[in-house]
Design a protein around this ligand. Sequence first.
Ligand SMILES: Cc1ncc(COP(=O)(O)O)c(C=O)c1O
Length: 346
Amino acid sequence: MEYVDLRSDTVTKPTPEMREAMAEAEVGDDVYRDDPTVNRLEELAADMLGKEAALFVPSGTMGNLIAMLVHCQRGDEVIVGNQSHIYLNEAGGMSALGGIQPCAIKNQSDGTLALDDILASIRTEDVHHPITRLVCLENTQNICGGVPLTPDYTRQVGELVHRNNLYLHIDGARIFNSSVAQNVSVKDLVEPADSVMFCLSKGLAAPIGSMLLGTSKFIARACHLRKMLGGGMRQVGVVAAAGIISLEKMTKRLGQDHVRAKNLADGLRQIEGLVVDANSPYTNMVYLNLSADAPLNAHQITQRMRDLGVLVDPENPGRFRLVTHYWIDDPAVEKTILAFKRSLDL
Ligand SMILES: Cc1ncc(COP(=O)(O)O)c(C=O)c1O
């Protein structure tokens, strides 16, 4: 059966154009920095985000980890959101591999970290305290609804962070979704950050890879750490070729995913038993709960949906996140709405 797969935008397979570019990619040994396709991808990414330099890394998780390892010493502390991917879903890498301690503070419902909370969490100089070194923001903030953070908010955090001699890193796994949703340039969104990671392998549909960006000095050290972590790849232009298409073409079509997410949410709002979050979607993620009197739980509905050809991933027994992406077209949206209706119709 051909499934409609809304579990995540990470399920995107490469487009036919990507597969062709991958087959024809000019390659070299990237550990020697000799791969022309990787070099082109890195220059393009740095140019689009307005940063001095970029590094192609195998995953978003490795990109975030490398950023923390460059900015921090062992025993330092990083201020992160308690709903952030770095804190919840990166296997504790900063602590296990960097000896870095997270200081998790509350994500507000709009995905932000309150400026007062950040300020209050910065350690004073005291022999008993770890040294606060870094603040991490996530844009779009996934668990808070795929909500975009604004350039203005990011600038305020940047000012606070730099006034206190800290660094700012942005986990921008979906930074292009944020840029498209707000109709602002991605440069504006990341200008205050000392480092940024974004993913090619989510809504931008490349099969593998993320980009890490910062100053040339930061990237030189990041390259060293990538090697240390086993992330130095060889003729990886084969993969970078898809990433170039992600940046040149796929960034320009993300708005379609946002429109389809909205159509999906509008359709689901008509179904008894489902309660779509009030402002959902902000970008390409629809979050919804089952109503208290729903006849089945989310796991049972997931199984029924699978039987009807639609893959969804329950967040918990009463909640779903549905993610639109390149491979979700209008008929897929219709099929999903119908499958939810049938799954709840006992
Ligand atoms: C917000 C966010 N940051 C980072 C990552 C990590 O990316 P990767 O799966 O490539 O390691 C993800 C993955 O879903 C994510 O959603």
